[in-house]
Ligand binder design. Structure first.
Ligand code: SER
Length: 316
C-alpha cells in the first residue's frame, strides 16, 4: 500500500495541480488536500479536503494524525511581489510553516517532506546566464531571503536530525488551470488570458526582461520524480531549467496564433525583482542525479495554453 500524503497549500497554483497529479498516481484516498481556502471543484470533489492554516502547528499535527500521513508537500507560500508588500507576514508564513513540518519530521511523526525553493534565492551578484547549482546567493527580496533561509534550515535538519527533505528551485510556472498569486513571473500567465479575453495586455515587466520559466506539467513531473528518486543526497534544493524568454518573445509566439494581439509595457516595482534574478538556469545536477528532463518549450507551451484557455472560456 502506498504512503499517505498531505498537500498543504493545495488550493494554490502549483498545489492544486500537484494534488491532482499525486491522486492520479497514488489514488484519491491516499492524497489529502489542505489549505486555508477552498480550491477548485475538481480538487474539492476528487478526494478529502481539510482546512488548515499552515502557520498553526496543532492544526497540521491533528490532520497528520487523523489521516496517518507520512509524506508532506508544503506548498503554502507568499510569492515575491506580494512579499515585498507584506514582509513580516511573508516571513511568518514562509518560515513558520516550514519549521512546523521540519519539526514533525524530526519528531518522527512524518517521514518525508517536499518544500519548494525558487530562483529568487539568487540575486544581483549571481551570474545571470546558465546560473549554476552552487553559485553566489545574495537575494535582495523578502521572498528570496525566506527561500534561501529555508534551504539552509532544510540542510540543517537533514544533517543534524536525518530529516528527508527535498526541494526544487522553481522558475516561473505557467499553467492554465489556476492563476498564480503575487509573483514576478505572473505576467507570463496573465498574458495568455488577456490575449484571449481582451486581445490586449499591459505588461508589468519591460519587453527585454528574460526569465527562466516552466510549463506546469513539467513542474509537476519534476516534483514527483524528485520525491520518488533514491540517491539524491548531493543537494537539498535542485536547479531545474526548462525555457527562458522575454515578454517580447512570448508576445511574438502568441501573435502566431492571434496576430491582432497588442501589448504595451509599463514596468512596476516587480521590474527590480526580475532584474535581480537569473536569465537562464544550469540544471545539470538534476539531470545527472535524478534524470530531470523538461518537455515543453515556448512554442508547445503557447499552443497548449491558448487551446486550453480557449476551451475554458468557451464553456464559461
Ligand atoms: N514565480 C515566483 C515569483 O515570481 C518565483 O518563484 O515570485
Amino acid at each position: 500500500m502506498s504512503e499517505k500524503i498531505l498537500v498543504i497549500g493545495a488550493s494554490g497554483q502549483i498545489g492544486s495541480e500537484l494534488t491532482m497529479g499525486l491522486r492520479k498516481i497514488y489514488g484519491d484516498s491516499h492524497v489529502i488536500a489542505s489549505d486555508i481556502r477552498e480550491g477548485s471543484s475538481e480538487l474539492m470533489n476528487s478526494g478529502t479536503f481539510e482546512f488548515v492554516d499552515a502557520t498553526n502547528k496543532e492544526q497540521i499535527e491533528q490532520i497528520v494524525q487523523k489521516h496517518t500521513i507520512e509524506v508532506v508537500y508544503l506548498m503554502a507560500a507568499m510569492l515575491s511581489g506580494a512579499a515585498e508588500k507584506n514582509p513580516e507576514k511573508a516571513w511568518d508564513l514562509n518560515m513558520t510553516s516550514l519549521f512546523h513540518v521540519l519539526n514533525l519530521a524530526k519528531e518522527g511523526v512524518i517521514k518525508r517532506i517536499f518544500w519548494p525553493s525558487s530562483i529568487a534565492i539568487f540575486g544581483n551578484s549571481t551570474p545571470k546566464q546558465m546560473t549554476g547549482q552552487q553559485t553566489i546567493t545574495e537575494p535582495s527580496t523578502v521572498y528570496g531571503i525566506s527561500k534561501l533561509t529555508g534551504e539552509r534550515w532544510c540542510d540543517y535538519y537533514m544533517s543534524n536530525f536525518n530529516v528527508d527533505v527535498r526541494s526544487i528551485r522553481y522558475p516561473g510556472i505557467i499553467s492554465w488551470k489556476t492563476m498564480p498569486g503575487g509573483g514576478t513571473t505572473d505576467y507570463a500567465v496573465e498574458i495568455y488570458h488577456k490575449a484571449i479575453i481582451e486581445g490586449k495586455y499591459e505588461c508589468f515587466l519591460s519587453e527585454n526582461s528574460r526569465l527562466p520559466m516552466m510549463f506546469m506539467e513539467d513542474a509537476i513531473k519534476a516534483t514527483i520524480d524528485l520525491m520518488k528518486a533514491s540517491n539524491i543526497n548531493n543537494y537539498i534544493a535542485y536547479n531545474v531549467g526548462a525555457v527562458d524568454f522575454t515578454p517580447k518573445e512570448i508576445v511574438k509566439e502568441i501573435k502566431k496564433h492571434l496576430p491582432e494581439f497588442e501589448v504595451s509595457y509599463v514596468p512596476d516595482f516587480r521590474q527590480k525583482i526580475a532584474d535581480s534574478w537569473p536569465q537562464s538556469i544550469d540544471d545539470n545536477a538534476a539531470k545527472r542525479d535524478w534524470n530531470w528532463e523538461h518537455t515543453f518549450d515556448l512554442e508547445t507551451m503557447t499552443s497548449e495554453m491558448l487551446t486550453r484557455l480557449n476551451e475554458k472560456y468557451a464553456k464559461s
